[in-house]
Design a protein around this ligand. Structure first.
Ligand code: CMP
Length: 672
C-alpha cells in the first residue's frame, strides 16, 4: 500500500547561496545541506531512506536493502519481524552516516530544478501530498477524473467539486420545499425541473461512487492513498450511509403519485455533511474565513424563514386561501408575501395577523418560539463572528485609549502624548499587533519558528550576518527577535549607556552619530545590524560606542544580550564575524577620533597664533596713538597759555578738547 509522508510546511528555506531554497524545504532541519538532511531523517521516514539508499547504491556502497513499510498489510508481519526491520534501519542509518562522512569531501551538488523533498517528522500537521505533486489546470482536472488516481482532500479541484455538490444540495434544500408547497411546478415546466433534479442526482451519484471513495486520509500521521484503503475508509464513515440514503430513488413513486409529489425527493436533504465539509474547506482556504462563517449562518437564517414561508402557504392552502384574516389572501406574489409573513413572525417585528383557528395558533406559537430561540442563537453567532474578526482592532483601540488617558491624568505635555499616540499608530500599521509572541505561543515550537521565519523572511534574508553563517543561526535566533518601532529622531542607543540589546533594521534608516552628534558617521538601512559592540564586550567595552538615531519612522528587531550570547556559544563563525566587524568599527572610530583631535589641535594652535599676532599689532597701535595724543595735548597747552585770560575762549577750548581720548588737560581746568 502507498503512504505519503508528511511534507514540510512548504516554507522557503534558507541557503547560503540563494537564501530561499524552494517550496519543498523546511526550516526545521538543523542543517540544510542535502547531505546533512539525509543524516537527520528519523526512522519513520522509511521511504526517504530508501531514496537515500538508492542514491548511494549508485556510488557502489554496499548497503543493506530496505523494505517499504506497509501500514495496512492484509497479513501483518509478526512483531519480531518489525523489530528486526527497525534494527536493520538503525544499523543502516549508522552505516550510511559513516559512508557519508567518509564521502563528505565530495558533496553532491544541489539540484536546482529537482529539489530533494525534505521530510519534517516534527511538523505537527502533515500537509497534503498535493504540495509535492504540483500540477496545473487541465492536467489537475484530468487526474481528478481518473478513477484510479487518489484525490487530495485539501486540493483546489476537490474544493471546487465540493462547491458543485453544495450547489446541488442547496438547490434540493430550497426547491423541494418550494415545489412541494407552492404551485410553482406546472405541467409545462416539469421537464425543466426534472432535468435540474436529475443533474443534481448525477452529481450526488458521482460523489458517492467516484470522488469520496478516492479521498486520501491521514493515518498515524501519513497520507494513505491506496484505492482500497481510501474506499474502505469512506465506507466506514457515517457520511457514507447518509450519502447512500440521500440517493434513495423514492421518486420512482412518481409513477403512482405523479410528478407533483416533489416531497418524495426529501432524502436528498440528507447529504448535509458535504455542505458542512465545503464550508470547513472554505474556512481553511480563504484569507478571511469570517465571510464564510457569516455566509453559513445567514444561509441557515434564510432557510428557516423559507421553510416557515412554505409552511404558511401550505397551511393557508389547507385552510383555504383568503378564507380568514390570518391566512394568505392569494394576492400578489405568493412566495414574496409568505416570505414577508414568515420574516415578521420569526423576528417578531411588525404587527402579525391574529390567528383564528387552533392550527393557526399552533403555527404562530412555533414560529415565535423559533424566532426566540433559534434566531436569537443565530444572530448571536453573527455578532460573535464579527467580534472575533475585529477583536485585534478593538484591543488595539483599548490599549491606545488606556495609555492616552493615563498620560492625560498625569498632566504630561501634549507633545509627549501626541508622540505616544503616533508610536501606537505606527507600530500598529507595521505589525498589526503589539505582542507577536503572544499570538504565536499557542503553536508548537517548530511551527512557531516556521511562522516567524516566513513572516520576517524578506528582512532576514538581507542580513549579511545570516548569509555568511550557517542556516541554523537564523533558526536559533528568529524567535528571540522582538519587533520595536521608532519615530523620526528617536534615540535608539545613546553613547555611553550600557548595551543590553543589538538591533537589525527591518525598515527605515538609522544614523550613527559622531561623538558630539555634529556629524553622521554612517546611515544604516534595511538588513543592517548595529549595537553589537557593547554586547560583545570587546576590550572590556560594555558601553555604547556611538549614539544611533532613527532617521524617519523605523522598524527594528531587537535581540537581547543573553539571547545573542546563547546563540554565539554554538555558532563560533557568527561570533567571529561579529567580533571582526566590531573590531573594524572600533578601529575606524578611533582613527576618526584621532584625526579629529589632530584637526582640532591644529585649529586651536592656529587660533592662538593669530591671537598673539593681533595682540601685538594692537599694542603697537596703542603706542602710536598715545604719542599722537601727547603731541596734541602739548599743542593745546601751548595755545591755552596764549589765551589764558579769556573765559569765553576757555569754554570753546574745553569743547574742542572733549573729543580727545586722553584725559583733558587738567591744566586748563585747574587754571580756573
Ligand atoms: N562608524 C560606524 N559605522 C557604523 N556603525 C557604527 C559605527 N560606530 C559604531 N557603530 C554602531 O553603533 C553602535 C552603537 O552601540 P554599540 O557600541 O553597541 O555598537 C555600535 C555599532 O554597532
Amino acid at each position: 500500500m502507498h503512504t505519503v509522508h508528511p511534507s514540510s510546511s512548504g516554507l522557503p528555506q534558507v541557503s547560503k547561496t540563494g537564501f530561499a531554497r524552494g517550496p519543498y524545504g523546511s526550516w526545521c532541519t538543523p542543517d540544510s545541506s542535502p547531505l546533512h538532511n539525509k543524516l537527520t531523517q528519523t526512522i519513520s521516514n522509511i521511504e526517504t531512506k530508501t531514496q537515500i539508499k538508492d542514491s548511494h547504491q549508485k556510488q557502489e556502497n554496499p548497503i543493506i536493502p530496505l523494505q517499504k513499510v506497509r501500514l495496512f498489510s492484509t497479513t501483518p508481519p509478526p512483531e519480531y519481524k518489525a523489530t528486526c526491520e527497525e534494527k536493520d534501519v538503525i544499523t543502516e542509518l549508522k552505516e550510511l552516516k559513516k559512508t557519508l562522512s567518509s564521502n563528505s569531501a565530495e558533496k553532491p551538488p544541489i539540484s536546482e530544478d529537482k529539489p530533494a523533498p525534505v521530510e519534517t517528522p516534527q511538523s505537527p500537521v502533515p500537509t497534503s501530498p498535493s504540495r509535492h505533486k504540483q500540477c496545473k489546470g487541465f492536467f489537475k482536472f484530468s487526474t481528478f477524473c481518473d478513477p484510479f488516481v487518489p484525490i487530495d482532500p485539501q486540493g483546489r479541484v476537490y474544493i471546487t467539486w465540493l462547491l458543485l455538490v453544495t450547489f446541488c444540495y442547496s438547490y434540493n434544500a430550497w426547491c423541494i420545499a418550494l415545489r412541494a408547497t407552492f404551485p410553482y411546478q406546472t405541467k409545462e415546466n416539469t421537464p425543466i425541473w426534472m432535468t435540474a433534479d436529475y443533474f443534481c442526482d448525477l452529481v450526488y451519484l458521482l460523489d458517492l461512487l467516484l470522488v469520496k471513495p478516492r479521498l486520501m486520509f491521514l493515518h498515524e500521521g501519513f497520507w494513505v492513498d491506496d484505492p482500497n484503503e481510501t474506499k474502505k475508509n469512506y465506507m466506514k464513515k457515517l457520511q457514507y450511509k447518509f450519502d447512500v440514503i440521500s440517493l434513495t430513488p423514492l421518486d420512482l413513486l412518481y409513477i403512482y403519485f405523479g410528478t407533483q409529489r416533489v416531497a418524495l425527493r426529501f432524502p436528498r436533504l440528507l447529504k448535509l455533511q458535504t455542505f458542512w465539509e465545503f464550508h470547513q474547506a472554505m474556512d481553511r482556504v480563504l484569507s478571511s474565513p469570517y465571510v464564510v462563517r457569516i455566509g453559513k449562518t445567514l444561509f441557515y437564517i434564510f432557510y428557516l424563514i423559507h421553510l416557515n414561508a412554505c409552511a404558511y402557504y401550505a397551511m393557508s392552502d389547507y385552510i383555504g386561501l383568503g378564507s380568514n384574516g390570518w391566512v394568505y389572501d392569494n394576492e400578489g406574489n405568493a412566495y414574496i408575501r409568505c416570505f414577508y409573513f414568515a420574516t415578521k413572525t420569526a423576528t417578531s417585528i411588525g404587527k402579525n395577523p391574529k390567528p383564528e383557528q387552533t392550527i393557526e395558533y399552533l403555527f404562530m406559537t412555533a414560529a415565535w418560539l423559533m424566532g426566540v430561540f433559534v434566531f436569537a442563537l443565530l444572530i448571536g453567532q453573527i455578532r460573535d463572528i464579527i467580534a472575533t474578526a475585529t477583536r485585534a482592532r478593538a484591543e488595539y483601540r483599548k490599549t491606545v485609549d488606556g495609555c492616552s488617558r493615563y498620560l492625560r491624568r498625569l498632566n504630561m505635555p501634549v507633545a509627549l502624548q501626541r508622540r505616544v499616540t503616533l508610536w501606537f499608530t505606527y507600530t500598529w500599521s507595521q505589525q498589526r499587533c503589539f505582542d507577536e509572541s503572544r499570538i504565536l505561543n499557542s503553536l508548537p515550537f517548530n511551527m512557531k519558528r516556521d511562522v516567524a521565519l516566513a513572516v520576517h523572511m524578506s528582512t532576514l534574508s538581507k542580513v549579511q550576518l545570516f548569509r555568511d553563517c550557517s542556516d541554523s543561526l537564523l533558526r536559533d535566533l528568529v524567535l528571540q527577535l522582538r519587533p520595536v518601532s521608532f519615530l523620526p529622531g528617536d534615540l535608539v542607543v545613546r553613547r555611553g549607556d550600557v548595551g543590553h540589546q543589538m538591533y537589525i533594521i527591518k525598515s527605515g534608516e538609522c544614523c550613527v552619530m559622531s561623538h558630539d552628534e555634529s556629524e553622521v558617521l554612517a546611515t544604516l538601512r534595511e538588513g543592517s545590524v548595529f549595537g553589537e559592540i557593547s554586547l560583545l564586550g570587546i576590550e572590556g567595552l560594555r558601553r555604547r560606542t556611538a549614539t544611533v538615531r532613527s532617521r524617519g519612522y523605523s522598524s527594528l528587531f531587537a535581540l537581547s544580550r543573553n539571547d545573542l550570547d546563547a546563540a554565539l556559544k554554538y555558532h563560533k563563525e557568527a561570533a567571529n564575524i561579529l567580533r571582526l566587524r566590531a573590531d573594524q568599527l572600533i578601529r575606524e572610530n578611533a582613527a576618526r577620533l584621532v584625526k579629529r583631535k589632530q584637526l582640532e589641535a591644529k585649529k586651536s594652535h592656529e587660533e592662538s597664533h593669530g591671537l598673539r599676532h593681533r595682540k601685538m599689532s594692537s599694542a603697537s597701535s596703542n603706542l602710536a596713538e598715545g604719542k599722537k595724543t601727547r603731541m596734541a595735548s602739548a599743542a593745546a597747552k601751548r595755545r591755552l597759555s596764549a589765551v589764558s585770560e579769556n573765559k569765553g575762549v576757555r569754554a570753546s577750548l574745553a569743547s574742542a578738547c572733549s573729543g580727545v581720548r586722553t584725559p583733558l588737560p587738567t591744566i586748563v581746568l585747574s587754571s580756573d
